[in-house]
Design a protein around this ligand. Structure first.
Ligand SMILES: *[C@@H]1O[C@H](CO)[C@@H](O)[C@H](O)[C@H]1NC(C)=O
Ligand SMILES: *[C@@H]1O[C@H](CO)[C@@H](O)[C@H](O)[C@H]1NC(C)=O
Ligand SMILES: *[C@@H]1O[C@H](CO)[C@@H](O)[C@H](O)[C@H]1NC(C)=O
Length: 360
């Protein structure tokens, strides 16, 4: 029935991805002028695009390799001019898909925040694997590899889930002081970013229980409870992440859940002959070729390098904390965690945690 077409005709099949199936298999065909053999033959060629991994789990500053490959069945002789496009749907919702990279043959172009940080691996014919260098904290999300050949268009997706740690944050002014913008800002000041719901859910599974509601990246306000109790919504509610829903971004005020990931550098408790007030602590870190650590850095060191120290130290926001991996007597609760003593008067004397960047 296709015999009256001239040139090579490709019948491109719909790729059936178990996790991403959008519709049932359906076949398309079109005339291809570039590759026409002039004999009026009909061949049915299917284009497949697949990823070998549904998710990759990089850390901040690391490289992420997002596998994607395409092929034709039956195999074609000679290369074809296809367009490969990678795009990104940021995790956390409420944002548009962004272009990452477009490649036609050996030429490619990267866009926006990804400019100069991404390339196609192209290790073998049909390799459309994307490599992203120096991942930022807020680059989790769904990355889509789309291959366009003539009229046909197939895609596969890879989720990038940065490995990290979620921590609740309350500013020095006290509980429920932050609107959404303020929440975003304090996370950035603490070397972190607003947590997504998936990140909060994961940390709840890992044992995070927190009785104050905090902003998430999607503009909702939630809190994770592992052991229900009276001041946290009552004992009758099941453990879980409690959701206040979407709140007014300007008018409503809560705490926040921030997300941090591994560090290129070192957090340490400064060895110093004296206890220090806050400003003297900051200066002592500087004299040691470092900076006073942020809350995000202390959490990252606790989570990723196993920092365990039963000495309270100043942090950059004026809070006093210490990180515990192995709970023991006189070092706070029976669970591992970062202990907080709030924001003592800055003239009080304590130890201090410093951060030395590996790049310096
Ligand atoms: C990322 O890749 C670049 C170039 O391939 C390499 O030089 C660098 O060491 C990698 N970074 C990490 C953190 O693996
Ligand atoms: C994401 O992080 C980068 C640097 O880490 C920052 O410049 C940018 O503003 C952040 N973007 C959003 C939308 O949070
Ligand atoms: C902090 O300590 C330094 C050095 O001991 C002292 O000069 C400074 O006045 C103190 N600042 C406060 C706010 O107590």
């Amino acid at each position: 029935m296709h015999g009256h077409y001239t040139g090579l005709q490709l019948i491109i099949g719909h790729l059936f991805l178990s996790c991403l199936a959008e519709s049932g298999p359906s076949d398309y065909f079109y005339q291809d002028f570039l590759n026409g053999n002039g004999h009026g033959e009909v061949s049915s060629v299917k284009l497949y695009v697949v990823t070998s991994q549904q998710a990759v789990l990089p850390v901040r500053g690391g490289n992420a390799t997002l596998p994607c490959r395409f092929w034709y069945d039956p195999e074609l002789r000679g290369p074809r001019r296809v367009r490969v496009k990678w795009s990104w749907l940021p995790a956390g919702g409420g944002r548009e898909e962004e272009d990452v990279l477009v490649a036609i043959g050996p030429r490619s172009r990267s866009f926006g925040r990804f400019r100069g940080r991404v390339h196609l691996r192209q290790d073998f014919p049909g390799d459309a694997t994307l490599v992203i260098g120096g991942l930022h904290l807020n680059e989790s999300g769904r990355y889509r590899c789309e291959v366009v050949d003539g009229l046909e268009d197939r895609s596969a997706a890879v989720d990038v889930e940065l490995r990290g740690v979620v921590f609740p944050y309350q500013p020095p002014r006290g509980r429920y002081q932050l609107n959404y913008q303020g929440a975003r800002q304090v996370c950035e000041e603490q070397d972190s970013t607003l947590a997504t719901f998936d990140q909060l859910l994961q940390s709840w599974k890992d044992g995070l229980s927190w009785c104050n509601a905090g902003w998430l990246a999607d503009g909702t306000v939630q809190y994770p409870i592992t052991r229900p109790r009276v001041p946290c919504g009552g004992q009758r509610l099941a453990p879980g992440v409690r959701n206040y829903g979407r709140r007014h971004l300007h008018k409503h005020h809560y705490d926040v859940f921030c997300f941090s990931s591994s560090l290129r550098g070192d957090v340490y408790y400064l060895t110093h002959p004296d206890k220090l007030n806050l400003t003297a602590g900051q200066e002592a870190c500087n004299e040691d070729g470092a900076q006073i650590a942020t809350v995000g850095q202390l959490y990252a060191a606790w989570k990723f390098t196993g920092l365990d120290r039963c000495d309270a130290g100043w942090l950059s926001d004026g809070s006093l904390r210490y990180p515990i991996i192995t709970p023991r007597n006189n070092c706070g609760s029976s669970e591992p965690g970062v202990r907080s003593f709030g924001f003592p008067p800055p003239q009080h004397k304590h130890g201090v945690y410093c951060f030395k960047s590996a790049a310096d």
